[in-house]
Design a protein around this ligand. Structure first.
Ligand SMILES: [Zn+2]
Length: 116
């Protein structure tokens, strides 16, 4: 199973160039679209904090489609009727369900309406 991202936590540590204090902003405190002016918690110097934009994106592995025996036979049957291999595969995969007879599979694949 693929774990889903439920929550993203973000901490950024900033450094005051005046007194060298490190201070931390967390999640919603971090400016996202405009500059934030904040006084240094120690020396009270006014600090300009740049907005930060992060995109969190999980890379989803491409699912490899493996055609079962009946699907392969149906694809061959469609090819024999003049369909290109890719088209035959797409049609068979679109209509394939469990416990489907081979003739039913071929019939549905042939009559399947391809989205334009
Ligand atoms: Zn400071």
């Amino acid at each position: 199973m693929q774990a889903k991202i439920a929550r993203v936590q973000l901490d950024i540590d900033y450094l005051c160039p005046n007194c060298y204090l490190h201070f931390r902003l967390t999640n919603a405190e971090i400016p996202r679209d405009k500059y934030l002016n904040q006084n240094c918690p120690a020396c009270k110097e006014l600090l300009n904090i740049s907005p930060i934009f992060f995109e969190v994106k999980a890379t989803v592995p491409l699912e490899r489609v493996r055609d079962d025996e009946d699907s392969l036979r149906a694809i061959k049957a469609l090819q024999a009727q003049g369909y290109a291999k890719k088209e035959a595969q797409a049609r068979v995969r679109a209509v394939r369900r469990d416990r489907m007879g081979i003739s039913e599979l071929i019939r549905e694949a042939v009559t399947h309406e391809q989205p334009a």
